[in-house]
Write a protein that binds this ligand. Structure first.
Ligand SMILES: *[C@@H]1O[C@H](CO)[C@@H](O)[C@H](O)[C@H]1NC(C)=O
Ligand SMILES: *[C@@H]1O[C@H](CO)[C@@H](O)[C@H](O)[C@H]1NC(C)=O
Length: 511
């Protein structure tokens, strides 16, 4: 628009006219009091809201991540639940009901203070990103000015520009073998080859090894985001195969003072460094940025060798932040992670009573279909009336409808008890089993396995194969093997079942 205006002289008189009218209206409006009401909410002193969080010891079981850092369930004794000990000083302790009575209009989440750092790569962008443009990044959800899109090749999709975050990589970094896919991109492009397989004409095998580039992106992303958006209070990181429940998360973050150095997410560790697992998403406060990247403009260069030597970008970032005194977790350094940043998909996660009522902030390994469904749920959710979306809400929407009393050719992840003819002699039935005899006979048949699960008060799912009965007191959906799938030819059907009514009876623990 502006370009046309300057170039085309005929437009000038019209422009002057418009300007005059606008100035007139502006003054007219100022005379009335209405102008005072439009103070940007970022100038309003921060109000600390949020439900007080207290809770029980968590018993988190995370299915291991294959490509990124190996996530391991944290030893409970070493890492107490974040919610028992983490009461940041800034946290308000008034119960939310009282809060509601006092404040008249519901407070909308401070989305304008949050910058979203979205990471993708040239070898996955076309498959993974488009769904986010219509959901995660929709302008009604987050102001496009608060979104930074990072890739390893510059692309444009409609109004969205993807920044090549490796463009400024040092010569040393560029010469690394791992950088080969980056170097090849220009040639791919010049020869009209696509860097990504998509089963259309003109496909080659695509650029391979894109994931090797991934680790180089984390430091430049955070550096760039902090420089580009110095007024943000929070920098939320997400990957293209994740979904972040932003309104939920923003509400959680309001409990923390962003001027303090917070680095919050799902815990992972390598080499003794605690860090926020990248695929789960994480939040970094402005205070954390100031204390690290703000102090040292040469961080990326300084850790060139470190980046070369280590495999995971999320770990490298966590290590670097630690070097500058920014500690992971909700208590600055006690490794207390934030419940609700999930390292796996909603169907590959164990739900138990501890997780049941905890707010959910993210899912990883999301399919486009999941992103669409999560977005739909999030948009329809009345955060003020119903409180944050919790794991049980996800369960009710996306897990419960698939659970069947008994189904063949379904995953077999139950693991708490694994009883076979060969080990049954050593089986010690739990004390809540009505009939130890029924429990011990579980390996004999599908019916026997189901009966054993029924006999054990906490059992919610079982699966059976040949002479093996597995039972669990937590529930995981997994996935079945559809009809016509070649995998059906290579094994007997695993049979699984869920005791849905028991799960529906789970209650939120008294807080
Ligand atoms: C690369 O450097 C240029 C020039 O300093 C800067 O404008 C740009 O933001 C940098 N890119 C990144 C991703 O940091
Ligand atoms: C089921 O369990 C068997 C035996 O442990 C294992 O070989 C198989 O991979 C499992 N199937 C799935 C889908 O996890």
């Amino acid at each position: 628009m502006r370009k046309v205006f300057y170039k085309d002289n005929r437009m000038v008189p019209l422009g002057i006219m418009l300007l005059t009218i606008m100035i007139f209206i502006y003054h007219f409006e100022l005379d009335k009091e209405t102008a005072l009401q439009s103070i940007p909410s970022s100038l309003v002193p921060e109000k600390l809201v949020g439900e007080p969080q207290t809770g029980e010891e968590k018993n988190n079981r995370i299915v291991e991540d294959t490509i990124e850092a190996v996530i391991q369930p944290v030893h409970e004794a070493a890492v107490p639940s974040p919610t028992t000990a983490i009461i940041p000083e800034t946290k308000q302790t008034t119960p939310s009901s009282v809060q509601h009575a006092q404040s008249k209009p519901p407070k909308t989440p401070q989305m304008d203070e949050v910058v979203l750092m979205f990471k993708t790569g040239a070898s996955v962008l076309w498959k993974r990103v488009p769904i986010h443009l219509a959901t995660t990044l929709s302008p009604e959800r987050i102001d496009p000015n608060n979104v930074l899109l990072y890739s390893d090749y510059p692309e444009t999709i409609g109004p969205w520009d993807f920044i090549d975050v490796l463009a400024n990589a040092s010569e040393k970094t560029r010469s690394s073998d791992n950088f080969q896919p980056y170097r090849l991109q220009a040639d791919f492009n010049a020869r009209q080859n696509y860097a990504e397989l998509s089963n259309t004409a003109g496909d080659g095998p695509g650029l391979e090894g894109g994931w090797k580039l991934d680790k180089y992106k984390f430091l430049p992303i955070v550096q760039h985001a902090g420089r580009t958006k110095p007024d943000a209070k929070w920098y939320v990181f997400m990957e293209d195969d994740s979904y972040i429940f932003l309104p939920n998360l923003v509400r959680h973050l309001e409990q923390f003072n962003p001027q303090e150095p917070w680095y919050l997410g799902s815990l992972a560790w390598i080499h003794g460094d605690y860090f926020a697992h990248g695929g789960s998403g994480f939040a970094l406060s402005r205070g954390a940025w100031e204390k690290s990247f703000g102090q040292d403009p040469n961080i990326v260069e300084k850790f060139t060798a470190y980046t070369e030597e280590h495999g995971c970008g999320d770990h490298i970032l966590g290590h670097v932040l630690h070097e500058y005194g920014v500690e992971f977790g909700e208590t600055h350094g006690d490794n207390r992670w934030t419940y609700g940043f999930n390292a796996d998909s909603h169907w590959g996660t164990w739900y138990d009573q501890n997780l049941w009522c905890e707010p959910v902030y993210s899912w990883h390994h999301t399919h486009g279909k999941d992103v669409a469904r999560f977005y739909k749920l999030e948009q329809a959710w009345d955060l003020e009336k119903k409180g944050p979306l919790r794991h049980r809400d996800i369960f009710h929407e996306f897990v419960a409808p698939y659970l069947q009393p008994r189904v063949e050719f379904w995953d077999n992840w139950s693991s708490k008890y694994d009883i076979r003819s060969s080990n049954v002699a050593n089986v010690e039935p739990p004390s809540t089993v009505k009939s130890p005899e029924v429990f011990r006979s579980s390996w004999k048949s599908v019916d026997a396995c189901e009966a054993a699960c029924v006999s054990w008060a906490e059992c919610v799912q079982w699966s059976y194969y040949e002479d093996r009965c597995k039972m669990d007191s937590a529930v995981l959906l997994g996935s079945g093997i559809p009809e016509g799938d070649a995998r059906r030819q290579t094994s007997l059907p695993w049979t699984s079942g869920w005791l849905k009514r028991r799960i529906e009876n789970w209650k939120c623990e008294e807080k």
